[in-house]
Design a protein around this ligand. Sequence first.
Ligand SMILES: Cc1cc2nc3c(=O)[nH]c(=O)nc-3n(C[C@H](O)[C@H](O)[C@H](O)COP(=O)(O)O)c2cc1C
Length: 325
Amino acid sequence: MHLTLAPLHGFTDATFRKTYFRHFRGLDDAIAPFVSLTHGDKVTRLKVKDLIADKDSPVRVIPQILGNEPGTFIMMCNYLSDELGCTEVNWNLGCPVHSIVHKRRGSGMLPYPEQIAAFLDQVMPELRMRLSVKLRLGYYSVSEFPPVIRVLNGFPLHTVTVHPRIGTQMYEGEVLLEALDEFFPLIEHDWIYNGDLHSLASFEMIRKRYPGLSRFMLGRGVFLNPFLPEMIRSGTNVLPADWQERFHLFHTELEQNVRNSRHYWMSKMKEYWKYFGVFLQMQPEELRQLLGTADEQSWKARTTALINGRPGLQQPVPGGLLTND
Ligand SMILES: Cc1cc2nc3c(=O)[nH]c(=O)nc-3n(C[C@H](O)[C@H](O)[C@H](O)COP(=O)(O)O)c2cc1C
């Protein structure tokens, strides 16, 4: 079984990855949040700053590129392979953000399979590294998926990751498992399931539903329960006995690293706490108060009290469970 950390822009950056991998096991590799390339962009160290920080990562980090222009894509791939020694790059065909889709980038390219074919025709022969793709079932409709997958099948891609939503759903609503049931036999490459694997139960449901599938990608689930990859591997739904101590150490180091990397560190930590709050089974009012904290001292006191004040917690909440059966 292969477990990959999903790219989450603004969340799984180098600071998070470095800290998380020091404290938790279970993940085999990670896809970094996208580097966006538009026409005429230069490849600079600044663009790949986040990836440079991974040079000594104990877990392999695969860069991801969001773009639709073959020339700049090839230039970036060559830079990543020559300067950073990367052996794989992931192409983003899933981003649903309107300003991106509007320019036929991310999931905005899915209604245009002929453009995907033309892009790959130009890019593939020039690459000195493996290429993998991450995509949704479509932008407007799942009917976009079969023509796209037929195009992808014609190229020697390493893996294809499928997040079974369409772009217009953004990150909400149900994952479209009935459509995936129909379409996954069309995928000729090794494929990776991604989407709403937020608990051991949802992971087991997907594993049963797609027998033979051995690759899974976890995104928000890792924030909703940082122990999830370990628990998936051990098949237990009980948190480790020392979870509190380990989460505390992880949190302290994450906060320190975030403080060292940015001025507005507290707002970044608050974004993480929207998920950690679910992990710690906080009441909505408790979380609202925490997110309203403005001064450092109260923040420190509150977060420490919250982590240390949950000794009875043994099982993660079943939150994020897939509702389809
Ligand atoms: C805040 C946020 C940022 C994301 N950034 C990226 C990204 O940079 N590249 C990408 O391919 N997907 C991105 N995604 C999508 C996730 O990788 C993943 O496909 C999606 O969250 C579903 O998986 P999950 O339920 O395990 O989180 C992002 C999702 C969220 C919520």
